[in-house]
Write a protein that binds this ligand. Sequence first.
Ligand SMILES: [Zn+2]
Ligand SMILES: [Zn+2]
Length: 497
Amino acid sequence: MKIAVEGCAHGELDKIYDCIETLQEREGFKIDLLICCGDFQSVRNAADLRAMAVPEKYQRMCTFYKYYSGEKKAPVLTLFIGGNHEASNYLQELPYGGWVAPNIYYMGRAGVVKFGELRIGGLSGIFKGHDYLQGLWECLPYNQNSMRSVYHIRSLDVFRLSQLKEKLHVMLTHDWPRGITDYGDKDHLLRRKPFLREDIESNQLGSMPAEKLLHTLKPDYWFAAHLHCQFAALVKHEDNRETKFLALDKCLPKRRHLQILDLPHEYDGDKCLKHDAEWLVVLKNTNHLLNVKNMEGHLPGPGGNERYNFTPTNEEKEILIQSLQNLAITSENFVKTAPAYKPGAPKAYLTDPILNPQTVDLCEKLGIDDPVQVIMARAGRVMEKPTDVDIVETKADLNPVLKTPMSKLILPAPVTPSENDCEENTCTTPISENPLLLDSLCNTSECTTPTSISGKKTFKRRNISIYSSTEEESQSMNSSSLVSPTSPSKYPRGNIE
Ligand SMILES: [Zn+2]
Ligand SMILES: [Zn+2]
């Protein structure tokens, strides 16, 4: 099994797929899976661009919309986590993961999937201490605060991942685990990125929850992006297990942004994407811990009288597998919930939160809640069902400001210190031409993008107490190592520069 791992994608799907195809031709092999470590920018249209935390002058449509509209088809199954430059409105439709385009799968705020026999975990967003314990309160329309805090990692997602006991082969985060620089060539990194010194020396660089997960999950591989530079490390755990860490750059010419992993055949399996039983049971068993309030909440732990261990038993996993019957995640479930960008069409187009049938389906099957739906219900608002996007698009073309923003959900805004990520500005560097561009792309015409959506699914209210819009319900809610022929310090082959 050959896997390509990309650092930040920043919407440059055409270029990334070009790189992959160039590599396949040059090396004579086939890549089975592409993994992107965030800043994916699944921007479908102008409304999505406006939901992305990027200064307006740097808002570029890039190329994802072509894969969404069906104009092109992703030539390789693509899996991604979210970063801090995302069409957050779109990703919020799929909190537990789902297809954002045919053959392109988002792993959700946190998630675990299997590809063949390879088990892959992911945590989207970046860590900011001031939002970590907050509920998941963000909802369209975003203001300048919520547009940023929406992608900040929340403790519930980390709590859920920390319940996993089955072996995880690959873990993905956008920002780096804190302390990871101690396990690699720090001096070399500092020569290339001297401005990181202060953060590294004060142990401020990277994500504290990712550090915790690194030492509890002990995956074979850990991939990250965000700082736009390549960095490899080898973490030796106390029980002699090892994690090979690799951070990759963003998709730019002469930058180390793509890495090929060659895994033994034992991981091949059916080479299909599947849900992970242990993860789904964790989601199900921790649904009552969902907090959608703009206030801090604490999760259960030792010493309290609440259950805090949610690692599923074999019996629970068996029951889930039997009830779902099929864990396969097939691209046929993809549905368009908003119109795709058309060059030359009017830009202004606002959207309300839209029910994504993929989320409705998973929530119904597991008996869990869609956070946005809970927020909306608490505010007495109803989520829109996706309508026929082609009709919507026509209307939008005729009348650029089709919808006015809905009445604002009144929530106390959190005090958000200015984001001082070193990458915030570098992400907006104009992208120059990639010398590896091929003239012809391997685009296929067999793309089968559904054009209409039935909208038959209805939402069932669960966990009814948390739908109350009153503020009284305070406390109740919160409450073999993979054989790699190379050591991580020298991943020599496959780096496209
Ligand atoms: Zn980035
Ligand atoms: Zn980033």
